[in-house]
Design a protein around this ligand. Structure first.
Ligand code: NAD
Ligand code: TYD
Length: 348
């Protein structure tokens, strides 16, 4: 049985991915997570007793911790979700993004290179243990912003606009360099905005739900007409499984949904689903460097693997809202003191 190390597995997409793997694949899973403010062990409570699952608290930027886990669990695949992920926080503290997303990724790559190499001391060795594979979970934000027309392809220029996007681009390009220089067996995926269960309430969709449930105003940046290419998280997980099995080493694959929605439409739709009034909408100052529109061309992935998203935006959103309503305790616990202080500082 293969052993997959999921870094950042206590976060939003990582925890959904672990659930997806344990349900759909015959693999063992090692969840390696530093438990930052965004990491939540509650997300995995229901799989804690599964004999195929183990949790290790560790930082991808700590080589000793990473190498120890790779050796102890005889890891043959790594899917790297571990990152600082919120654009607004990257404007407040860019250095944390540099450490986790650039330096952390490079350390993780180097530990995996040494552990999997057939001649670890020889940097010219391009031979690795059979079947090993590294997946870097990158983002559409590395491409920067689109105008009204067009979509990002894998060969679109890398032009990040926020410190978050720049740090993700740094990590993403380190993976490319390891493939080119060391023949390292890696694949990069770049996905659009996800939504679904277990998303931390700082992000737009759970923030709308949290604020609406508390009859608080919903802050909409600028004119609210920025467009995102929303993808239900389970579709991202199924795409990553396809890439793990069928992706070509050294390639980049875009992952995206078919839905382009303005932020204002998203807010209105969620308020309608929760039966809350549009008078809760409050237009606030725009985010500096705010990307106007993202849209992904994912025909390369579709052509190579046959993957397509299964959820429409409406269907995914309905499931997401129902999940938050059924898990209000999770939401209240996630929205802890640190989050309340962050919101006060950001929005008042
Ligand atoms: P998240 O913020 O919910 O979770 C991040 C997780 O990484 C947390 O559990 C945190 O504890 C952990 N972590 C942070 N720094 C770490 C470190 N140095 N070592 C080990 N663990 C660390 O993030 P998410 O939304 O689930 O995103 C996961 C990944 O997917 C990120 O790499 C992100 O850039 C990428 N991505 C996210 C989206 C999206 O819409 N959320 C879209 C495309 C790509
Ligand atoms: P977010 O969930 O932070 O994801 P990203 O910045 O990675 O796309 O934001 C999604 C969109 O919603 C983005 O255009 C910014 C906007 N937004 C608001 O208008 N108000 C908010 O309070 C937040 C958090 C986001």
């Amino acid at each position: 049985m293969r052993t997959v190390m999921v870094t950042g597995g206590c976060g939003f997409i990582g925890s959904n991915f672990i659930h997806y793997l344990l349900k759909n694949c015959d693999v063992k899973v090692v969840n390696f997570d530093a438990l930052t403010y965004a990491g939540n062990l509650e997300n995995l409570r229901d799989v804690e007793q599964d004999k195929r699952y183990a949790f290790i608290k560790g930082d991808i930027a700590d080589a000793a911790q990473v190498s120890g886990a790779l050796e102890r669990f005889e890891v043959d695949s790594i899917v790297n979700f571990a990152a600082e992920t919120h654009v607004d926080r990257s404007i407040l503290t860019p250095d944390a993004f540099m450490s986790a997303n650039v330096m952390g990724t490079q350390r993780l790559l180097e530990c995996a290179r040494v552990y999997w190499s057939l001649a670890p001391g020889d940097k010219n060795c391009r031979d690795y243990r059979p079947g090993v594979r590294y997946i870097q979970v990158s983002t559409d934000e590395v491409y920067g912003s689109l105008g009204m027309e067009g979509k990002f392809c894998e060969d679109s220029p890398i032009a990040p606009n926020s410190p978050y996007a720049a740090s993700k681009a740094g990590g993403d390009l380190f993976v490319r360099a390891y493939c080119e220089t060391f023949g390292f067996p890696a694949v990069v995926t770049r996905c659009s905005n996800n939504f679904g269960p277990y998303q931390f309430p700082e992000k737009l969709i759970p923030l709308i739900i949290y604020n609406a449930l508390h009859h608080r105003e919903i802050p909409v940046y600028g004119d609210g007409r920025q467009v995102r290419n929303w993808l239900y998280v389970e579709d991202h997980c199924s795409a990553l499984c396809r890439v793990m099995r069928e992706g070509t080493i050294g390639e980049v694959y875009n992952i995206g949904g078919d839905t382009e929605e303005s932020n204002l439409n998203v807010v209105r739709t969620v308020l309608r689903m929760l039966d809350r009034p549009e008078s809760l909408i409050r237009f606030v100052a725009d985010r500096p460097g705010h990307d106007r529109r993202y849209a992904m061309d994912y025909t390369k992935l579709q052509g190579h693997t046959g993957w397509s998203p299964l959820y429409s935006f409406e269907k995914g959103l309905e499931r997401t809202v129902q999940w938050y309503l059924a898990n209000e305790r999770w939401l209240e616990t996630a929205a802890d003191q640190e989050f309340q202080t962050y919101c006060k500082m950001m929005y008042t």
